[in-house]
Design a protein. Structure first.
Length: 161
């Protein structure tokens, strides 16, 4: 979101106005959020002549607005991450069960693990090293316990999936 100077039309990011700061525009106009800002709007009746005009927004309680926005983001994020964590747990348990209880060939198990790794990295890219440390070692341990005679999981590759 940006604040537009009423004199010259130059736009400034609203983060510059945090903590009730004022910004002096290049044209000399002093801008602040307390004075209001102009927001792009469209005509209420949908007519073309009013579309794109700017209308001033004044007397907004920016503190409560910020709390509402961050509250909505924070409320949604843990729920989504919690759902993904459940999916990841279920996928890991499924692969563990395949290793322990099925007669799928090693190549199919390796493909399942690679697909699982791609899913985790897609949703949590910063957790790749954690994935290797936890899941790859878990799957190798299960493989060694239940299918040692079929050769090592991922061949000789020490890096994993």
């Amino acid at each position: 979101m940006s604040l537009r100077c009423p004199n010259c039309g130059r736009e400034y990011d609203v983060t510059l106005f945090e903590f009730n700061r004022e910004v002096t525009c290049a044209c000399g106009e002093r801008l602040s959020l307390k004075k209001g800002h102009e927001e792009k709007g469209s005509a209420k009746d949908g007519s073309i002549k009013d579309a794109g005009l700017r209308r001033p927004i004044r007397d907004i309680d920016w503190g409560s607005f910020e709390k509402e926005i961050f509250g909505a983001v924070n409320a949604r994020s843990p729920k989504v991450d919690g759902e993904r964590a459940k999916e990841i747990r279920a996928m890991a348990d499924r692969i563990s069960a395949l290793i322990k209880q099925s007669d799928l060939p090693r190549v199919d198990i390796e493909i399942e693990i690679r697909n699982f790794r791609e899913y985790v990295i897609e949703h949590f890219p910063e957790k790749e090293e954690l994935f290797k440390a936890i899941y790859i070692s878990r799957f190798r341990r299960l493989w060694d316990e239940h299918r040692k005679g079929e050769g090592p999981l991922f061949g000789r590759c020490a890096g994993g999936a």
